[in-house]
Design a protein around this ligand. Structure first.
Ligand code: THU
Length: 138
């Protein structure tokens, strides 16, 4: 498993691809699979605001569409264009739920990084307690 710093650096690079002309808030994510592959993503906005896609789900959907189904950790960075990724950026509730579908929430690590090297790490189960999980339907 990669170190948090390596994954945060990949997220910072992915953030450069963000398309966010409406919020000017640029986000990058790097998602590591159990087999070691990493998929990155950025947020992609739209003039019809509800169509906007978060960086985390861009990375997740790229990965799932390439056959990945098992993930171990994600790094996320975000911030206004003029400020860079100066402060940590927590994933929205929709992205927490989307990630839960494909990981073991008690083991899956969420690294919230910043450009200055700051990093706070959570387990997904702490960010989404008492979740509606896929097991509920079995
Ligand atoms: N955004 C993300 O990409 N990930 C998050 O976890 C929070 C928010 C994006 C969505 C939108 O393009 C912009 O940041 C402002 O909400």
């Amino acid at each position: 498993m990669r170190g948090a710093k390596e994954l945060i650096d990949l997220a910072l690079r992915a953030r450069e691809g963000a398309y966010a002309p409406y919020s000017d808030f640029l986000v990058g994510a790097a998602l590591e699979c159990a087999d070691g592959r990493v998929f990155t993503g950025c947020n992609i906005e739209n003039a019809a605001y509800s169509v906007c896609n978060c960086a985390e789900r861009t990375a997740l959907f790229k990965a799932v569409s390439e056959g990945a189904r098992d993930f171990v950790q994600i790094a996320i960075v975000g911030g206004k264009r003029a400020e860079g990724a100066a402060q940590i950026c927590a994933p929205c509730g929709v992205c927490r739920q989307a990630l839960l579908e494909f990981c073991d929430a008690g083991d899956f690590l969420v690294h919230l990084g910043a450009a200055d090297g700051a990093c706070v790490t959570y387990r997904l189960s702490d960010l989404l307690p008492a979740a509606f999980s896929p097991e509920r339907l079995t």
